[in-house]
Design a protein around this ligand. Structure first.
Ligand SMILES: O=C(O)CCC(=O)C(=O)O
Length: 195
């Protein structure tokens, strides 16, 4: 497999899978349109929407009383697919929508281990952007280009032993040149796992 950022053969961290064209362009527009009609939370630099369970960014945790309600019907199709294809053992019960303007990113992190289940998946809509994986306690680094409409699935080592983050910048290196970022919206699907 070639890393499209550098054209150098490389591998995603073990347990990570990239599924191109997980949704059609039509579905991408439909999702963006619905999402933009909903209320955004602006407690971070980037705008977010939480569904199912609210995440507390300060505590980096979801508490057992943070249930918001069932996932909206408009977002359920991809949840069904995640389950019916066997990527998830059960349907996700939480979705966080992130809205990244060019120049915005997300700090390298491992998704909360006591709160979330063993598989996390992120759907990219809008712009491409680079994601960087860094091995915990080690200098290993893997960069990957997230293409619009692709799904990144993190399980196993990639979920628990690699941090993932999106550098806050306005362009990404693509095949030897820099490609400007546009607005990117991601939907991250998770199951809940309380201790
Ligand atoms: O935007 C993405 O693809 C990643 C989102 C993410 O890592 C998160 O919400 O924890």
């Amino acid at each position: 497999m070639n890393n499209v950022l550098t054209n150098v053969p490389s591998e995603l961290p073990p347990g990570a899978v990239m599924i191109p064209d997980f949704v059609s362009s039509r579905r991408e527009s439909e999702l963006l349109c619905w999402i933009d009609d909903q209320r955004w939370r602006d407690d971070l630099r980037r705008r977010v929407q939480h569904y199912g369970w609210a995440y507390d960014y300060r505590a980096r945790h979801v508490s057992t009383d943070a249930y918001i309600g069932p996932l909206p019907a408009e977002l359920r199709a991809e949840c069904n697919t995640l389950c019916s294809t066997g990527l998830f053992d059960e349907e996700p019960s939480q979705i966080i929508v992130n809205d990244y303007q060019p120049g915005q990113g997300i700090t390298p992190h491992i998704d909360c281990v006591p709160c979330f289940g063993p598989v996390i998946a992120s759907l990219s809509l809008g712009s491409q952007c680079e994601i960087v994986f860094t091995k915990k306690g080690n200098s290993a680094k893997v960069s990957w280009l997230l293409e619009p409409r692709s799904l990144l699935v993190l399980a196993g080592t990639a979920r628990f032993e690699w941090l993932h983050g999106i550098p806050a910048r306005k362009s990404d290196p693509v095949s030897g040149t820099r490609k400007p970022r546009k607005r990117r919206v991601s939907l991250t699907y998770r199951t809940m796992q309380f201790e």
